[in-house]
Structures are given as structure tokens and as C-alpha cells.
Design a protein around this ligand. Sequence first.
Ligand code: PGA
Length: 242
Amino acid sequence: MKYYVLPDENAIGQAVGNLFCDLVRQKANAVLGLATGASPLPVYARMISQCEAGEVSFRDVRTFNLDEYCDLPQAHKNSYRTYMRQELFDKIDINSQNTHFLDGNCSDEFAESERFRQYVKAAGGIDLQLLGIGRNGHIGFNEPSENFTQEPFKVALTPSTIAANSIYFDDIPMPKYAMTMGVGMILRAKQIVLIATGSAKADAVKAMLEGEITPRCPASALRQHPHVVAYFDPSAAALLRK
Ligand code: PGA
């Protein structure tokens, strides 16, 4: 896996935002795999500023988000639909009909998994997938486990993830379950870009790049993909051998 260490999250946001904008300039109806959390924010800021400057249009782009909480109304301020509207979709010229999410409130998780999988397939697959990494090495909400996950599924979130994300929940307890793309589905993306910033990610970054490829560090699976590039700040890269 190729990686770059850039000075800070803004430099990373510019570089990764440019990757997305360049792709969309080459392929107007590109299929983007998007992520939530803190890491993507500077990326989305760059995409917004390029769109505002008239340098790129997202009019024909299709998007699929990695994951969504279960048991949380879609319009709740902490749903990932709300996040994506606030942080990107409402600020660019995307057609909201082209933005797709797993339904965390579905009654049949297996039917929902199949629906989402078929949508991605019908779109021609994901051209470029954005990822963060969890402190425990998760990607999407694929928590450390005994087997690599494949298709979208309902996951019980681990205490580490709940501790990291519960700071965003000031009104209700954080959901304990989510629907997420599986690792196998993430690996079907044609290109993947992963971002990690801050010292809290240093152990996970080291395990991803230098540990064994194991479902106990789901991000380690990315080393099997031919077109992954990662961007770290110096704190996230601090434990790497070189
Ligand atoms: P963060 O989360 O970008 O908010 O640090 C990343 C992740 O948990 O995948």
C-alpha cells in the first residue's frame, strides 16, 4: 500500500479532495464511496470549494455511503444522512436522488444488504472509496473479528467505537448497532483512499501496514488491494518503521 505523510489534516484534505475532483472531471458520472466522521471533513471542504469555484460539477455523480447507525431516525442530527447533507451534499450541485445509504432502520437486514449490493452493482461498482480508520483498526464499521466480513451486514459496535463516537451524542444514548458495507465489498472498489490523522490512530496505522493481515485488524485487508493510497499526518505515522 502506497502512503504519504503530509503536514496536517488540511494538506491531506486538499490532496484527497483533489483526487475526487480529478476523477469527477474525467468521469462525470463517477461512483463515489463516501465516509463520515472527522477525517473526511477537510476532503469535503476541498470538494465544496472546487465546486463553488466552478472547477468541478457533481451533477451526475452517484454516491454510496459506507455505513449508517441502526435505530436512529434518518433525520436525527447524528444520522450519517444528516452528516452528509450538512457537510457535503447541500453545498455541492449533486442530485440527492443519486445519493445512497444503507437503511439502519430496515426490518430485514439481509434484504437490505442485498438491495444495497444490487444498487452498487447496477451503478457499475465504486470507482473511488474514501475511508477513515478506527482506533481499533476498523474500516466502515467492520470491527475486529475472527473472519473478514463480505457483504453489507448489521454489526454490534465495540466499546472502543462507542467510546470514540459517543461524544457526538448529547441528547440520546449512542446506537449500539449499525449497518455497514463488509470488508469484501469495500475491496471491490476500483480505487481506495484512506486517511488517518492524530496520535490516537498511530497503533491502528502500524497494525494496518506492518502487522499480519488479519480480521482482528480489518484495515490490514487493504494490503491485498492493488490500488490503495493512504494519507497520514506525522502523529498518525509516528510508529511506522520507515
Ligand atoms: P474519525 O473516524 O474519522 O472520526 O476519526 C474514523 C473511523 O472510525 O473510521
